[in-house]
Ligand binder design. Structure first.
Ligand SMILES: C[S@@+](CC[C@H](N)C(=O)[O-])C[C@H]1O[C@@H](n2cnc3c(N)ncnc32)[C@H](O)[C@@H]1O
Length: 226
């Protein structure tokens, strides 16, 4: 029967329960939309990266950024964020006086977004974002390194950091600690927690360092191998 009254038609539509086929269509449609989003926005750049080294984008929380800076503020030398996402850590590092501040990020959309944010903040000429694979970047001149990556890649990252970082460098790792290194300081709680590691001649070492009030400074020096 034809529905002439739009109000009646609407009521009928509201009361009608979707059948299994409709539910299946909705599920397939949503799945496709999520896949399209992933393929278009998140996947670019990762095609040549082995699956086990792919780390998805999750932005650091405001508190996490604060903790990273509390462990790096005042330090000289080049600061880098490995996997810089939308550039928030690099921008904040530059704003607190860390210079130069550089981000390396594989996803071209995120590199573009980071540059846009820097431009909007009036810092376009002062911070740098490179579309590069962090595993191929040389860290030999980096004294302040920020990472917020998946636990699965951290053992390999330890090897790279240990092989390349100069003595005097500091690494801060957000949310997940480096698996075998001894931190010199830990700041924050839960998801916002950040660990700091210092590189001494011959590799990373956990030594007491002066730090910000909120930091728990771990006082037991314990050298790592390497
Ligand atoms: C968890 S997010 C952290 C983003 C940012 N550092 C922050 O704290 O807001 C990890 C980032 O690393 C990037 N990434 C993953 N593997 C990479 C690689 N091999 N080279 C460069 N960037 C990578 C991802 O695209 C993602 O943006």
């Amino acid at each position: 029967m034809e529905q002439d009254d739009p109000a009646e038609a609407l009521t009928e539509l509201r009361e009608r329960r979707p059948g299994p086929l409709e539910l299946l269509q909705v599920a397939a449609g949503s799945g496709l939309a999520v896949y399209a989003m992933w393929a278009l926005l998140l996947q670019p750049g990762f095609r040549r990266v082995p699956l086990r080294l792919q780390v998805p984008y999750v932005g650091a929380s405001a508190r996490q950024v604060e903790h990273v800076l509390s462990l790096l503020r005042g330090r000289p030398g080049k600061t880098v964020d490995l996997g810089s996402g939308d550039g928030r850590i690099v921008l904040a590092a530059h704003r607190c006086g860390l210079c130069p501040a550089v981000g390396y990020e594989l996803n071209p959309w995120l590199v573009g977004l980071a540059r846009l944010r820097a431009w909007r903040a009036g810092c376009a000429g002062s911070v740098r974002y490179h579309r590069e694979d962090l595993w191929k970047v040389s860290l030999r001149d980096c004294y302040n390194v920020s990472v917020f990556l998946a636990p699965s890649v951290l053992p390999l990252l330890e090897d790279k950091l240990q092989a390349e970082l100069p003595a005097g460098a500091r690494v801060v790792s957000g949310r997940f600690p480096l698996p075998t290194w001894q931190p010199v300081a830990v700041v924050g709680e839960g998801l916002d927690r950040v660990w700091a590691y210092d590189i001494h001649r011959g590799g990373p070492a956990g030594q007491a360092v002066p730090g910000p009030g909120s930091a728990s400074i771990l006082g037991t020096p314990s050298s790592q191998s390497g």
